[in-house]
Design a protein around this ligand. Sequence first.
Ligand code: HGY
Ligand code: MN
Ligand code: MN
Length: 398
Amino acid sequence: MAVDHTRFLEDLHKLREFGASGVGKGVFRPAYSKADIAARQWLADRMADAGLTPHFDPVGNLFGLAPGRSLLMGSHSDSQPEGGWLDGALGVIAALEIARSSDQPISVVSFQDEEGRFGVTTGSAVWSGGLPLDKADVLTDGSGVSFGEARSSMADLSQGFVDPARFSGFVEMHIEQGPSLDAANEQIGVVTDIVGIRDMSVTFEGQQNHAGTTPMHLRRDAFQALSLFNTRLNERFRNVVTPQTVWTIGRVDLHPNASSIVPGRARFSMQWRDGDPDRLSRMEEIIRTTAQEIASEQGMVLTYGPLLGLEPVTMDQSLRAALEHGAEQVAPGRWRRMPSGALHDATNVSRLMPVAMLFVPSINGVSHDFAEDTTESDLVAGLRVLDLAVQSLDGQAR
Ligand code: HGY
Ligand code: MN
Ligand code: MN
């Protein structure tokens, strides 16, 4: 049976209704939210309609299992707090359409908490053995809810972990989430490598006090400490980073966050990414040394949360060749090989089996924002590449 582009686009839009933000096509569907769980239950029904056996595991990863040995395809259906409609959802719905139409046995997965409400790609990290469940359970989100508490909301659905030995490989389609393909008017990216990441929270604890009466020289202001830390860190990174290296302080909790109070505590996320694990380690050293210096100079107590991370990984040659073959047929002269600067579940799954990834363009390179979008013709081109790749694997999928 041929892939059905209309059915694929309709399902993609249907999934968008779960947690629709009302701003553009954006979604608010963080891991374990009501919208996320409802979306997973809808997906489970769609998987059953496709002849797959829906299976929730203990952390809320949803599989649609084909009988016997199969190729696994999919991504995630949770979103960032201000998320786009395609990040993760595209890979899941594309996989569903391939499973419905292919002669090959295809299983589908939607991993849980890829977007890191609790950790970094938490659901696939646990399934792949990269993150022990007891360590995952004590991770907390920004409001102090633990992963263990959150996943208990799906406990009645749990059927145990799926044996990875039933899958021959994993293929994940995703939006690029960066500017390269769109800027070059290209349609397909075949991923070569995925960068590595480190992520931890840092806390400066000073002295909360009155903003009118506390002289500047007596203050132990946690925001000032954070501000100095950021400036000094940027200067020091200059000698170590490449143009591809990135680092982000994306979340800051300032306590008590009031205009007439000298802030007593600044807790913030520190995340850095690069394709070279040695560089990631050197950056960690600089972060810790700089934070310690600032803490001493500014009279802060310095503490760190757990250091989370994923190593850079390379895609499997033979699955990648199948995607390149598809790309050449669908978009001759309009595809490229490229590394991924975003993290993906494929990184974790590569511990278990061969993996490969395919990108379609993001309009203006925008993602992790309600405005994220991709043209329909590019979405369909990606689906066709997946279809041709799976056809060319013929038999190897088992
Ligand atoms: O942050 C990432 O790269 C992924 O989208 N979670
Ligand atoms: Mn994603
Ligand atoms: Mn994302």
